[in-house]
Design a protein around this ligand. Structure first.
Ligand code: OMP
Length: 308
């Protein structure tokens, strides 16, 4: 899958991911009203609204982008109906040729991690049959339970040729509370970065490993250090746009080959029509506003890379 991700990035010349993190409050009234008229103000109604919203955004942006990242929490809050739309979104995006990064942030003791890995990236055995239940291409993993929580994911990736993005330094304001703690004089996130590079050595694609890392756009100086510590690791960089990250902060996340990083924006793209800059599109044309926001994001990042 790292091959497909890199080939999609080269084809679109867009090192970005659209985060499909739909909150009901981002969904225009006309979509919600239609879904509620059919299913009532129910979990099914909410799920239908999310599906229609996602579909229109994907239909309007798929040709410009290499990948999407649905965040499972946004679907899970609506229970089973939400999870059905999570799966429907994965399938639809894959049909369009997009790489799907399931933002599931899992990590548990070994046996439990193995079940998560099977459900999301692998195949579950039922008698004589086996099923790829969610079938994302990549998944995000929290490594802070240690190697035995990560290894089952790596094993499944090796079998299925899928990939991971492992949290190293997260974008949120309090990420330093634990991640920046010094251990023998070095911040913990650096030690985790070294471990990710080591795990990655066992799962190499051509030039990059299919074990990637997550490093927040909001910490560009740490990104520069981590790029050096993990030279063959693809870095997923969330925190662009709504959390304050900009193209000029991100150049050091990339290698000299112009590859090595993929930048996520969720609210900044899917709720673009709510921003003053794209307000002229109006709620009826929300997906076109998302397309314009994708184009602007790509220009911002590629412009910064050209001028470095
Ligand atoms: O793993 C992630 O994707 C992630 C890691 C991190 O450090 N920070 C972070 O914001 N994310 C996710 O990236 C997305 C950011 O959303 P926006 O702030 O709306 O662009 C959300 O789905 C977060 O869960």
């Amino acid at each position: 899958m790292i091959h497909k991700l890199i080939s999609n990035i080269k084809k679109t010349k867009a090192p970005i991911v659209v985060g499909l993190d739909p909150m009901l409050s981002y969904i225009p009234e006309h979509i919600k009203q239609k879904a509620f008229a059919e299913f009532g103000e129910t979990l099914e109604g909410a799920a239908e609204a999310i599906w229609q919203f996602n579909k229109e955004i994907v239909d309007c942006t798929w040709d410009l982008i290499p990948a999407v990242k649905p965040q499972i929490a946004m679907y899970e809050q609506f229970g089973i109906e939400g999870l059905k739309v999570y799966k429907k979104t994965i399938d639809y995006c894959q049909e369009k040729g997009l790489v799907v990064i399931g933002d599931i942030k899992r990590g548990d003791i070994g046996s439990t991690s193995a079940a998560y890995a099977t459900g999301h990236l692998g195949k579950v055995q039922v008698g004589s049959k086996s099923y790829a239940a969610f079938n994302e291409d990549f998944a995000t993993v929290n490594p802070y339970l240690g190697s035995d929580g990560v290894k089952p994911f790596i094993d499944v990736c090796k079998e299925e040729k899928k990939g991971l993005f492992i949290l190293v330094k997260t974008s949120n304001p309090s990420s330093g509370e634990f991640q920046d703690q010094l251990v023998d004089g070095r911040p913990l996130y650096e030690l985790v970065g070294e471990k990710v590079a080591e795990w990655g050595e066992t799962c190499m694609g051509d030039t990059y490993s299919y074990v990637g890392a997550v490093v927040g756009a909001t910490y560009p100086e740490m990104g520069r250090v981590l790029r050096r510590i993990m030279p063959k690791t693809y870095i997923l960089v969330p925190g662009y746009g709504a959390q304050g990250g900009q193209g000029k902060d991100l150049v050091h996340f990339f290698n000299e080959d112009g590859l090595g990083a993929i930048v996520n924006s969720s609210r900044g793209i899917i709720a673009a029509y709510k921003q003053e800059k794209y307000a002229a599109y109006g709620p009826e044309h929300f997906a076109e506003a998302s397309r314009a926001a994708v184009e602007d994001m790509v220009k911002d990042i590629n412009g910064a890379l050209e001028n470095r």
